[in-house]
Design a protein around this ligand. Structure first.
Ligand code: SF4
Length: 347
């Protein structure tokens, strides 16, 4: 095992962290707030992890996991869609994009009371973090005001707070921080090379800039992506390289398995082999040893044996609750039974 570790870590970086040619093609906008990247892991290094025999990969992930976390503890969050549907963006996987014909309707922002009721349910189910998601390109100031109130009130209930509201403009991250926001979720979704196949209404660089604003306001970063969108293994590794090479890797790394929704462009994509999904979790754990790796969307389609393998591979965070924004998620009771079978405790 040590031999593998040395071989992998001694390989020179062979691919740049951001492929500038590709990004320029997709209307890259350079700005002064471009985030710092370091060359901790090359894409080739990470592909080499994916190519290990499964048992060796899992063993290595377990070692890293046990060095950094309690292997039998999983952090539990609840995600609530506070503003559903009608989004102007064109993310090819998302049923909330107004341009796709799905069952999701455009709804107004939820009222504060209803959000606090959901937060209380999250507490009753043992969640420690409450994440509020809005289907916006980014919040306008008039949208942000009521959300700031929600964050302050949820925080006052004793929950950690997280929000995912789209791209942030200058000064908005500071307002969220002042309201009591602990985490901001903004995913990179995939590798830069594949990104333009999935989204065209915002660039990779736009996303990096929002992440930089979040970091600049001293809010914890929750950032990951989606696999099973038709990307190659190299591109899965490319996503992980982007995350692992951030100057400070995200504190929370959601790895989603595409939930295919009829009416979205990615419906009908060839499904990702679930062992490959477990490999992705293990590679995320090895490359980001101090991050919580979150088993996110797609759990509904996974046998509990696969979920158990994901926990062994280093996943140590999940979403509780029967809905993940608009798609199905295992019910809290099902998760409680699985945790009991596996001897996992919640944090
Ligand atoms: S993923 Fe977010 S930004 Fe993209 S279409 Fe869906 S709600 Fe809009």
């Amino acid at each position: 095992m040590l031999e593998i570790k040395e071989k992998v870590s001694q390989k020179p970086a062979q691919e740049s962290i951001i492929n500038l040619d590709e990004l320029n093609k997709s209307s890259l906008k350079r700005s002064a707030c471009e985030p710092q990247m370091v060359n901790r892991w090359s894409v080739d290094d990470i592909v080499a992890l994916f190519e290990l025999p499964f048992s060796d990969l899992i063993y290595r992930a377990q070692i890293v996991h046990r060095e950094n976390f309690d292997p039998n503890a999983v952090q539990v969050s609840t995600l609530l869609s506070i503003k559903t549907g009608g989004c102007s963006e064109d993310c090819g996987y998302c049923p909330q994009a107004a341009r796709y014909h799905t069952d999701v309707e455009n709804e107004p922002l939820m009222q504060l009371d209803a959000v606090l009721t959901a937060a209380q349910e999250a507490i009753d189910n043992g969640a420690s973090r409450f994440c509020m998601g809005a289907a916006w390109r980014g919040p306008k100031q008039r949208d942000l005001e009521p959300v700031l109130k929600m964050i302050a009130e949820v925080k006052a209930m004793g929950l950690e707070t997280c929000a995912t509201l789209g791209m942030l403009k200058e000064g908005q991250a500071e307002q969220l921080k002042n309201a009591g926001l602990d985490y901001y979720n903004h995913n990179l979704d995939t590798a830069p090379e594949f990104y333009g196949d999935v989204i065209t209404t915002r660039t990779y660089q736009d996303r990096l800039e929002t992440l930089d604003r979040v970091r600049g306001a001293d809010i914890n970063v929750c950032c990951g992506g989606i696999v099973g969108m038709g990307e190659s293994r190299n591109q899965r590794a490319g996503l992980l390289a982007q995350l692992a090479n951030m100057e400070r890797p995200p504190e929370s790394v959601p790895i989603n398995l595409l939930t295919q929704v009829e009416g979205t462009p990615l419906h009908g994509t060839e499904e990702l082999d679930q062992i490959e999904f477990v490999r992705t979790i293990a590679a995320a754990r090895i490359t980001m040893p101090h991050s919580f790796v979150r088993l996110s969307a797609g759990r509904q389609s996974m046998h509990e044996g696969i979920q158990a393998l994901c926990f062994i591979a280093g996943a140590n965070s999940i979403f509780y609750g029967e809905k993940l924004l608009t798609t199905e998620n295992p019910e809290a009771e099902t998760d409680k039974k699985l945790f009991a079978k596996l001897g996992i405790k919640k944090i």
